[in-house]
Design a protein around this ligand. Structure first.
Ligand code: ATP
Ligand code: LTN
Length: 334
């Protein structure tokens, strides 16, 4: 049996962005050929931001369509929706009961997001978010979790919780490792190249969306913030804007940053941006078209997700029974 991987993505926006794609999703596609892959649309995590029911429904479907469009193959991978498998909440609660308050309070994603919305508008779910994430992961006993750099701390917590549970209650969980690709671990916002490209950015002007039209994305890349000087060279400190575009170009074409730099020796930023825009939009065009085609047949999409949930539930159900048993919870009489 091949090694298992699991990852998740939130349906919090109409479209995934280039950071999600290059930082995490392209690895999802690669890993499904060599691993037993479980990929989850974490709709319950999306409840930690303000909910518009009609919009959330649409975004969950759009997330599934995009994952299929980038090449997640339901024959190779188990693709499912988190809320379809109730064991996620069940194990999430168990982890809330073995996580220290101070430990949860140290999570930087919580600190950042709660600071942005203020104490009164921050929901408790945002605080317990990492424990639900640990449950998403550990239910499936994966060895690897492909994510972007921003998730490193959550994976560390997940490892701690697995080890803590195993030490107290018996060897139940595989302790997983994060799988983070260095070069694309953090794609930056094109307008603010010192901040990560994010679905919840204040302005979408620096965010390249997979479902946006090629024209819109070309415009965004051409107006990307660049740095003083005119050499196309990689220097994250002095030239964060150009370095980000170089990382993007390199990730999409598979070429090294060095060879791209030498192509643009003596040319200006304008030529370079034009070519970045071209390779990005060429790569995204088929993804957008395929995703839109999937969205035309909602019932076929839901059927695929049902099959995924059935497969996921079989694995998750076993783990949660073992966990309950190890904790001394009595099984319900058959
Ligand atoms: P938000 O910023 O609103 O929290 P997000 O854009 O980070 O959302 P998620 O659903 O949280 O999106 O992330 C999905 C995956 O994409 C995760 O593995 C995350 O690490 C990765 N990811 C997100 N943004 C980037 C980025 N800018 N560069 C590289 N990877 C990223
Ligand atoms: N917290 C993650 C999304 C997420 C996830 C997961 C990632 C929820 N559950 C399980 C990997 C494995 C994020 O914000 N990107």
């Amino acid at each position: 049996m091949s090694k298992r991987v699991l990852s998740g993505i939130q349906p919090t926006h109409d479209s995934f962005h280039l950071g999600n794609y290059l930082g995490a999703l392209t690895q999802w596609v690669e890993l499904q050929s060599t691993h037993d892959a479980y990929y989850c649309i974490v709709d319950l995590h999306a409840l930690t931001i303000e909910v518009d029911p009609a919009l959330l429904r649409k975004r969950i479907l759009a997330s599934a369509a995009q994952l299929l469009a980038i090449g997640i193959d339901p024959k190779k991978s188990t693709l499912f929706i988190q809320s379809h498998v109730p064991a996620h909440n069940q194990l999430g609660w168990v982890f809330e009961c073995i996580t220290g308050f101070g430990e949860a309070n140290r999570m930087t994603q919580f600190k950042d997001k709660s600071q942005k919305s203020g104490t009164d508008r921050t929901v408790v779910g945002l605080f317990t978010y990492p424990m639900l994430q640990a449950a998403d992961i550990l239910l499936y006993q994966p060895e690897l979790v492909p994510v972007g750099e921003d998730q490193r701390q959550h994976i560390e917590l997940t490892r701690d919780l697995a080890q803590r549970f195993n030490a107290r209650f018996g060897d139940v969980f595989t302790v997983p490792g994060a799988h983070i690709l260095k070069s694309t671990a953090k794609i930056m916002d094109l307008q603010e190249p010192t901040a990560k490209m994010s679905k919840s950015a204040a302005s979408m002007a620096g965010v390249i969306e997979l479902l946006d039209t090629p024209e819109a994305n070309i415009k965004k890349i051409k107006s990307a913030v660049t740095d003083t000087g005119r050499e196309v060279t990689f220097d994250e400190k002095e030239k964060p804007g150009i370095s980000n575009l170089l990382s993007i170009f390199s990730a999409i074409t598979g070429r090294t940053v060095k060879s791209i730099e030498s192509d643009y020796a003596g040319k200006g930023y304008g030529d370079f941006k034009k070519d970045v825009a071209e390779v990005v939009t060429e790569a995204l065009k088929p993804i957008r078209e395929t995703a839109l085609a999937y969205l035309k047949d909602e019932s076929a999409l839901l059927e695929l997700l049902r099959e995924g949930a059935d497969r996921a539930e079989a694995v998750a159900g076993q783990t949660i029974s073992t966990v309950y048993n190890s904790l001394g919870l009595l099984p319900r009489k058959k």
